[in-house]
Design a protein around this ligand. Structure first.
Ligand SMILES: NC(=O)c1ccc[n+]([C@@H]2O[C@H](COP(=O)([O-])OP(=O)(O)OC[C@H]3O[C@@H](n4cnc5c(N)ncnc54)[C@H](O)[C@@H]3O)[C@@H](O)[C@H]2O)c1
Length: 421
């Protein structure tokens, strides 16, 4: 190893923990800092709290010398410090950078000449230079001169076994050419390919471009799904056919809304920046938000239509929700559109139950939703079932042959009792 043999990662969640694992495997002496004592204790005892990192991975890196801690003093010993703390959205107030600032204050306290500090948390373009650097410089050291600073967007795709941290190219941009070079030297040892951006703002914008692109294209097919249903056109089939074009088309699929902690949130960082800095709206994002946010209500309308066809009111009807996580084959229920669907159904008096092989219990606003014992009996008891997440563990044959009317929001089923979104 040529550079940066000691690494400190701050924030050991979905982004920070995989980085620590990959870096430890690459030979770095990795230390992880987290403000949660529970996270630190679990990791030090070999227990992972992140879907894509197995307990065995944590045990392996512990045997390679990895240590998790809440105390930040180890920062002084590091060559590279990477910040992976959360950046939630504070409604209309824009991104909440409290955790980034808190991490930066800890770094400033222990900052040493020659160190490299990288921000990976998702945020608006300008954050590294306008928010992170000033806090780091309270150390008395000058960024770009005494120490180095870069931004590198995280591209973790939870549940994706084909593209992992190691084989997904990593974009890096520093505040000076030397900062960029230091970041390239670091990441080249952890991932297969590093892509250098023109500067730090371009690296920040890369992440927002990627997620805004997804958000807008999902909104496009979500809007199309609504009028295709009325025109009696199978949009999924049209997408399948369009996907045969080897250039100029990337498939996106309709669904009950966008979930997770990136796609519905990240474009807001950008529109917030454009609005506060330039005073005008990022119209594409606003329209996409409106369409995607309206999908759970649209799903509920379609459920009502299916019940209406059976001469049943939604009130007191049994609705089975199949798959309540934000993504197929992932256990994470944060920001799942299933929450809005269930809430609207409860508000309208429906009796809601769910089944999800990855979720043991599920509550909506403190109301525990009944988990059915198995797919067959759950379907038998329901007047309508809704496939919200097409987990691979669901037995498609059981669903389509149950005799219960099914609304398929994922285009994963076909049969006489199945109606697609
Ligand atoms: N999860 C993803 O798929 C994903 C993908 C790309 C980018 N991101 C971005 O990466 C960043 C981190 O996301 P995540 O999903 O890993 O979050 P997470 O909630 O899974 O983990 C964050 C960790 O940071 C810790 N933490 C919070 N405040 C802290 C502080 N002040 N000091 C030290 N530790 C602190 C928390 O205890 C937690 O363990 C966010 O900006 C997010 O938008 C996430």
């Amino acid at each position: 190893m040529t550079v940066a043999s000691k690494l400190v990662v701050i924030g050991l969640g979905y982004v920070g923990l995989p980085l620590v694992v990959e870096a430890a495997r690459a030979g770095f002496q990795a230390i992880g800092l987290d403000s949660s004592e529970r996270v630190v204790e679990d990791l030090n005892q070999g227990r992972s709290h992140v879907d894509d990192v197995a307990d065995a991975d944590v045990s392996e890196i512990l045997s390679r010398g990895f240590v998790a801690a809440t105390d930040a003093s180890s920062i002084a010993t590091a060559d590279t410090v990477v910040i992976c703390v959360p950046t939630p959205l504070d409604g209309d107030l824009g991104p909440n950078l409290d955790a980034v600032q808190d991490a930066a204050r800890h770094i400033a306290k222990h900052l040493q000449p020659g160190q490299l500090v990288v921000l990976e948390s998702t945020t608006y373009p300008g954050t590294t230079e306008e928010v992170l650097v000033p806090v780091l410089e309270t150390s008395g050291l000058v960024a770009g001169q005494d120490f180095h600073v870069a931004y590198s967007p995280e591209r973790i795709d939870p549940g994706n076994t084909r593209f992992t941290l190691r084989n997904t190219p990593k974009v890096v941009g520093g505040i000076t050419p030397l900062s960029t070079q230091r970041a390239v030297d670091f990441y080249s040892q952890v991932v297969d390919e590093v892509v250098v951006s023109a500067g730090v703002k371009e690296a920040e914008m890369t992440k927002l471009l990627e997620n805004t692109y997804r958000h807008i294209n999902i909104a496009l097919v979500n809007e199309m799904a609504q009028f295709c249903a009325e025109l009696e056109i199978d949009l999924w089939d049209a997408i399948r056919c369009a996907s045969s074009k080897p250039f100029g088309f990337s498939p996106f699929f309709p669904g009950p809304g966008v979930g997770g902690h990136c796609i519905p949130i990240d474009p807001n960082y950008l529109s917030h920046r454009v609005q506060t800095r330039l005073g005008y709206a990022f119209r594409f994002v606003e329209l996409a938000q409106e369409i995607n946010a309206g999908m759970p209500a649209y799903v509920v309308r379609r459920i009502q239509d299916l019940l209406n066809d059976q001469a049943l009111p939604l009130r007191n009807s049994q609705v089975l929700l199949m798959g309540v996580t934000y993504k197929a084959d992932v256990a994470d229920v944060r920001e799942s559109p299933a929450v809005d669907v269930a809430q609207a159904l409860l508000d309208l008096g429906a009796t809601v139950s769910f089944i999800d092989p990855l979720v043991d219990s599920w509550a909506i606003a403190d109301i525990e939703i009944e988990k059915v014992a198995d797919l067959k009996s759950g379907l038998r008891e329901a007047q309508v079932a809704v496939l919200l997440q097409a987990h691979s563990a669901f037995d498609r044959d059981v669903i389509v042959s149950s005799g219960t009317c099914v609304l398929d929001t994922r285009g994963a089923l076909s049969g006489p009792m199945v109606v697609r979104l």
